[in-house]
Design a protein around this ligand. Sequence first.
Ligand code: ZN
Length: 250
Amino acid sequence: MTEPTSAQFRTHDKRVRGMLADPECVGELLLVGVGMARCLDLGDRPWRDDGHMDLPTIAYAVYGRNRLGMDMLLPDRSAHGDTHPRRRVLDVFRHDRRRYSPRFDGDRGPGMAVCGRPMLRREGTCGRNASWDQQRRLTDPVTGKRHTVGACSQPKCRAWYADLLARNAAELKAHPAPVPAANTGGVLERHLPELDWWKIWAHVDKDWTPPPEGERFVKPTLTLLVGDPDETPVVEATPPALVVHEGGWR
Ligand SMILES: [Zn+2]
């Protein structure tokens, strides 16, 4: 392996500083991101002659070769937290796939809802705790966003809720809701745009499709560093587009 140049070190330093300054690039995202940045910028392993990044090598560098203790895992109960190093990296990618999630719109999901029946003689809703079996995430037919709505045990509230569910189902049948714009994920894509993340996300989530949110960022392949007019402009080539190689565990 040849020694990295000072330009490569500067590129790497800028990238890692960007990650550290990004409030969303934390925990295992940061850990895996730094490991991958090292390969991209400084040509460390895992680089293969065919232009692929070798996933097992990253996984072993970040997590070691043995299974992980549970205290190492993402503090997110919704993530499955695989203890196998390679699958763990794929878990991190899955956790970071670009998507819409009602949780990032402030919806806490069934379990915490209060009764939403509008009151007739005063402003607001009933507001009692919703019964455990009377809470559901409903899709807004206009926006496609999902909100948890519930009802308490009072007969009037249950009747209102049953009617709401029926109306909502009928509305969605007549006018299928749009796919809401992504509101989370894509943190590593921001910092490692050379990689084909769409391919990775489709791999870690078979149901994944690109969510609506406008044009995808296209990284230029060349950077022109303009100095004094007398100086010859320096053209700096960026690494080629890459895909993460799964490494044969399938
Ligand atoms: Zn109620």
